[in-house]
Design a protein around this ligand. Structure first.
Ligand SMILES: Cc1cc2nc3c(=O)[nH]c(=O)nc-3n(C[C@H](O)[C@H](O)[C@H](O)COP(=O)(O)OP(=O)(O)OC[C@H]3O[C@@H](n4cnc5c(N)ncnc54)[C@H](O)[C@@H]3O)c2cc1C
Length: 226
């Protein structure tokens, strides 16, 4: 690293993307000095990621549950698809991911996580980049900006995914742990295509694909009323 820079790489935002990149660099013992800047002062369990995967992958040890069958239903029709090749639908609670990534970063001499700091501007100065933060200016060779786009006018998506969800814990077993209700009670309403998802112990959510951006309150109220 050149002496007039604070870092080789600054990662703006310590969400899933920022922490994934930073922890990967820390695991590789990459020699470049990396700083991640995140406004949160601490991490808590704020979401659950679900995806299809094989048994072995880099986050396999963080998976809370795997399903080898998934259900689709409408009012009149139900179908269950069963995995034929060992692929499962997997659920990764964010707390597992955050604890793992931060643990790896804390072990690294080259990667630092700065919490409670807000990036206010990024200035490309040709051979370096100045990152203006609530804690002063940092100079870096490269910047990876993972902040979500703030301007809705830049949203060129054909469909938007809107969902409200809640974690549910019951005192008695009442979900089938072998199959997940992936898209249940599929229907179309004023907010677009709608389906519900229920997963044993972890999550219940109501999801829509819609060609317009609805406010969180509209989705929540519509889900509760139906
Ligand atoms: C195909 C697909 C499937 C998905 N499935 C799921 C799912 O199953 N479950 C789910 O919960 N989500 C899902 N998502 C939504 C989303 O991708 C994830 O929730 C994911 O957490 C987004 O991570 P990110 O790092 O891109 O963004 P974020 O988590 O939003 O990270 C951005 C970070 O930037 C930080 N930041 C913001 N402003 C500043 C600033 N001024 N200065 C510094 N830092 C700042 C924020 O604090 C935040 O930590 C899915 C998305 C897609 C496309």
């Amino acid at each position: 690293m050149s002496g007039d820079r604070d870092a080789d790489l600054i990662i703006v935002g310590g969400g899933c993307a920022g922490l994934s990149l930073a922890s990967k660099l820390a695991r590789l013992a990459d020699r470049h000095r990396t700083i991640i800047i995140e406004p949160r002062k601490s991490y808590h369990h704020d979401r659950t990621w679900c995806f299809w995967g094989k048994r072995d992958h880099q986050h396999a040890h963080l998976i809370a549950h795997r399903w080898f069958a998934w259900r689709f239903t409408t009012g009149a029709y139900a179908a269950t698809q069963v995995s034929a090749d060992g692929t499962s639908y997997q659920c990764l609670p964010s707390k597992h991911f955050y604890d793992d990534a931060i643990g790896v970063i804390e072990q690294s001499d080259q990667v630092a996580l700065e919490l409670g700091v807000i990036v206010e501007g990024v200035a490309d100065c040709s051979t370096y980049v100045d990152v203006h933060t609530s804690n002063g200016t940092l100079r870096s060779r490269w910047v990876v900006d993972t902040r979500p786009p703030s301007n809705r006018a830049d949203n060129h998506a054909l469909m938007n995914q809107l969902f409200v969800g809640a974690e549910v814990q019951t005192s008695q077993d009442c979900f089938d742990p072998s199959a997940t209700g992936l898209m249940e009670d599929m229907s179309v309403d004023d907010l677009g295509f709608r389906s519900a998802k229920t997963m044993v112990r972890f999550l219940s959510d109501d999801c829509r694909f819609s060609d317009f951006v609805a406010c969180r309150q509209c989705v929540a109220e519509s889900s509760i009323s139906t």
